[in-house]
Ligand binder design. Structure first.
Ligand code: NAP
Length: 261
């Protein structure tokens, strides 16, 4: 999607993908610093471990405690979290979003970005469900410290809280291809007709959770929208140019469908 936007804007830039082993992360970061890249993204499993190799963190990365985008300014590498921006942007586009109760499933990097996004959107209450209860508890504590109402719950209580949530965000890999594709954190019976369900998993495009939510009559949002929005923000940080997000979204969609971009 980045290369599609570079092409559309006629920019002489290229986005490349590398597999980096955990033990080589520091060397890889210093290599990127030396060759003078505009910046780079970092994904699972390096979003937290990368922090010690960077010079500065933007507030977004400090709040989420994870980095997905790095920019090089002079000889400094600065870490950002554009997942936070992407989630917030996509939710701001929802007409008449009811901000009473937001339920987040997951308390890893994406779960934390979701929770901060909901505070920025002014949700009255944020429920955090996670497999490891302690992580949900720590995140809820951070949200409380920011002055918002938050409650951690174990995954077993999910159906009960889901039935009253206005917004549900899946921030776990449940439903993701290939190995977790048949999983869903919730079934249709526990999803309100008038709720919004955002699945951060974007492969497949229609996850089991989104299918369950559609069957319940809820409004669904695919994680691909967030992927494009977080990518657009990273693009802007690297180049100073607002990219054509629709071009990025279509390129990502084609890539997912195995079509030529
Ligand atoms: P992460 O930091 O590794 O966190 C994973 C979270 O999922 C943790 O809360 C973990 O619970 C939970 N989890 C993992 N396996 C589980 C299982 N089998 N059953 C129940 N809970 C499980 O990963 P992340 O960066 O937050 O990413 C989470 C998902 O969001 C991934 O699928 C990723 O692709 C997606 N994502 C999408 C976008 C986007 O742009 N659309 C952006 C970021 C992430 P524990 O704490 O118990 O381990």
């Amino acid at each position: 999607m980045h290369n599609a936007a570079f092409k559309e804007l006629g920019l002489n830039c290229i986005y490349l993908v590398f597999d980096v082993l955990e033990e080589s992360l520091g060397e890889a970061v210093n290599g990127l610093r030396s060759i003078g890249v505009l910046g780079f993204n970092v994904t699972i499993p390096h979003k937290i471990k990368i922090i010690k190799f960077l010079d500065e963190l933007d507030d977004s990365a400090k709040l989420v405690k994870a980095v997905n985008t790095v920019i090089r300014r002079d000889d400094k590498l600065i870490g950002y979290n554009t997942d936070l921006y992407g989630i917030e942007r996509v939710l701001r586009e929802v007409d008449e979003l009811n901000r009473d109760l937001g339920l987040i499933i997951g308390a890893g990097g994406a779960g934390r970005a979701s929770a901060i996004a909901l505070t920025n959107l002014g949700f009255s209450e944020i429920i955090i469900a996670n497999r490891t209860f302690e992580r949900a508890s720590n995140l809820a504590e951070q949200i409380l410290e920011l002055g918002f109402s938050a409650k951690p719950i174990p995954l077993t209580d999910l159906p009960r809280y889901a039935s009253s949530a206005n917004l549900i965000i899946n921030a776990t890999p449940l439903g993701m291809a290939p190995s977790l594709i048949s999983e869903t954190p919730l079934k249709r019976d526990h999803i309100r007709r008038d709720s919004i369900v955002l699945d951060l998993v974007y492969n497949p495009l229609r996850t089991r959770l989104l299918i369950e939510a559609e069957r319940a009559g809820a409004c669904t949002i695919s994680g691909l929208k967030v992927l494009a929005a977080q990518g657009a923000e990273a693009f802007k940080l690297w180049t100073g140019i607002d990219p054509p997000i629709d071009v990025m979204y279509s390129a990502a969609l084609k890539a997912l469908r195995g079509e030529k971009i």
